[in-house]
Design a protein around this ligand. Structure first.
Ligand code: ZN
Ligand code: ZN
Length: 375
C-alpha cells in the first residue's frame, strides 16, 4: 500500500529546520505484514529528542530513514503467526523490540535485547526485515517503528495492546517518555517512600520521572533545568523546589536546601554538565541514574574516590528498565486513576507536514510534547 511518511535523508543540517527542511514528507510503498508482524494505522505520534538526535547527527543512524517511534494506533492486519492481536485492537509502539529468546530477555531485561539492539542499529524490523520502499530504494525503519507515517508495519514485539478507552494522543507517550521516565524511578532506582529526589532536565522524560517520583511517595522533588518555562511546568506538576541550572552555584544551593544532597538524582537531558550536577547533588550513600543519550564522543568524569568513600551508586537506565508488556498496562491504570497525569505534559498538536517546524519547537524546549495527530 502507499503511505505518507517523514523521511530523513541527511543528518546535521543547520537549524532552524523550517528553513533547512531535513525531513521530507514522501509517498512510500509499505509491504504487507510478514510472519510475526502487524500493520498499524498510526493515530498519534509524538516528537521525541531521540528523533532530534538522529536529525542533528548526535546519534548517527544509516539513511534514508523514516523517523518516529513514540506513537499509538489501531491494528489493521496481522501477519501469519500473530494470534494474540486482531484488527481493531489499540496498541502503543515500544522503541526496543524484544525477542524473548536471548539471555537479557530471559533475565527479564528486554530493554537490553540483543536482537533488538542489532535491528535498531541497522534500521530494520526485529529479525532484519525492511517493509518501506520508494521505487527501487530501500527506506530504513527508525527503532523498528517509523511512526511519522499514516501506517506502519512492525514486529508484533514492537507493540503492546492497550485499553480502547484512552485517547491515542495520551497513549502515545507511554511508549517512550513515560516508560523511560517513570521506569527510571520505579524500576532502575526503585525509590523508597519518603525519599528525596532531584531531576536534572525537564523534557518529556524528566517530567515523567517527576510524576513517577510523586506517585512513588517522594517527600522532596527538586527540579532542575536551564529553561524557565520548564521549571514553571515542573512546579505546576508538583516539584517541591526548582533550580535554574544556569546558576553557577546550583550544586551548592541544592545541597544546602537538602542538607547535603538527595537520595536519588536523575539525569534525563543527555548532557555531560547535567550529569555532573546530578552526581554532585547525590548525597553520601545515594544513587545517580541517567536516562540521557549523549553523543558517543562525550565523556563524563568524576573523582573515583567518591564512589568508594561516599558509597555512591551510578546507574544507567534504558527504556526505564521496563518490561513493556508488564509496565505499560500498570502505568496506564495509574494514569486512569489520575495518579500519573501524563496528559499534563502534552502541549501542542501538529500535522505531519508541520514536522520540521515541530522539531524547531521541540529543540527550543517550550513544549513538553509535540504530537502529530493529522497524517
Ligand atoms: Zn523517544
Ligand atoms: Zn531478546
Amino acid at each position: 500500500m502507499k503511505v505518507r511518511s517523514a523521511v530523513l535523508r541527511e543528518m546535521g543540517l543547520p537549524k532552524p529546520y523550517k528553513d533547512s527542511r531535513p525531513i521530507t514528507i514522501e509517498t512510500l510503498e509499505l509491504d504487507p505484514p510478514q510472519t510475526g508482524e502487524v500493520l498499524v494505522e498510526v493515530k498519534a505520534a509524538s516528537l521525541c529528542h531521540s528523533d532530534l538526535s538522529v536529525i542533528d547527527g548526535s546519534r548517527p543512524r544509516p539513511l534514508p530513514m523514516a523517523l518516529g517511534h513514540e506513537a499509538s494506533g489501531v491494528v489493521k492486519e496481522v501477519g501469519a503467526g500473530v494470534t494474540d492481536l486482531q484488527p481493531g485492537d489499540h496498541v502503543v509502539f515500544v522503541f526496543v523490540p524484544s525477542c524473548g529468546e536471548c539471555i537479557p530477555c530471559k533475565e527479564g531485561r528486554p530493554a537490553l535485547c540483543e536482537k533488538g539492539a542489532v535491528s535498531n542499529t541497522n534500521g530494520t524490523l526485529l529479525g532484519g526485515g525492511i517493509r518501506l520502499h520508494k521505487d527501487d530504494e530501500t527506506i530504513l525503519h527508525h527503532l523498528g517503528v517509523s511512526a511519522f507515517s499514516d501506517h506502519a508495519v512492525v514486529s508484533r514485539k514492537s507493540v503492546v495492546k492497550v485499553d480502547k478507552n484512552i485517547p491515542f494522543e495520551q497513549i502515545a507517550l507511554f511508549g517512550c517518555a513515560v516508560i523511560t521516565g517513570v521506569g527510571a524511578v520505579v524500576n532502575t532506582a526503585n525509590i523508597k517512600f519518603g525519599s528525596t529526589v532531584a531531576i536534572i532536565g525537564l523534557g518529556g522524560i524528566g517530567l515523567s520521572a517527576l510524576l513517577g517520583a510523586i506517585a512513588s511517595g517522594a517527600s522532596r522533588i527538586i527540579a532542575v533545568d536551564i529553561n524557565e518555562t520548564k521549571l514553571e511546568k515542573a512546579r505546576e506538576l508538583g516539584a517541591t523546589d526548582v533550580f535554574d541550572s544556569k546558576d553557577p552555584k546550583v550544586v551548592e544551593l541544592i545541597k544546602e536546601a537538602t542538607g547535603g544532597g538527595v537520595d536519588y538524582a536523575f539525569e534525563t537531558a543527555g548532557v555531560v554538565k547535567a550529569m555532573e550536577v546530578a552526581y554532585a547533588v547525590t548525597k553520601r550513600g545515594g544513587t545517580t541514574v541517567t536516562t540521557g543519550l549523549p553523543h558517543p564522543d562525550h565523556h563524563f568524569s568524576f573523582p573515583q574516590v567518591t564512589l568508594t568513600a561516599e558509597e555512591k551508586t551510578l546507574k544507567g537506565s534504558y527504556v526505564g528498565s521496563c518490561v513493556p508488556n508488564r509496565d505499560i498496562p500498570r502505568f496506564i491504570e495509574l494514569f486512569r486513576q489520575q495518579r500519573l497525569p501524563v496528559d499534563k505534559l502534552v502541549a501542542k498538536f501538529i500535522r505531519l507536514d508541520e514536522i520540521n517546524e515541530g522539531f524547531d519547537l521541540l529543540a527550543k524546549g517550550e513544549y513538553s510534547r509535540i504530537i502529530i495527530n493529522e497524517f
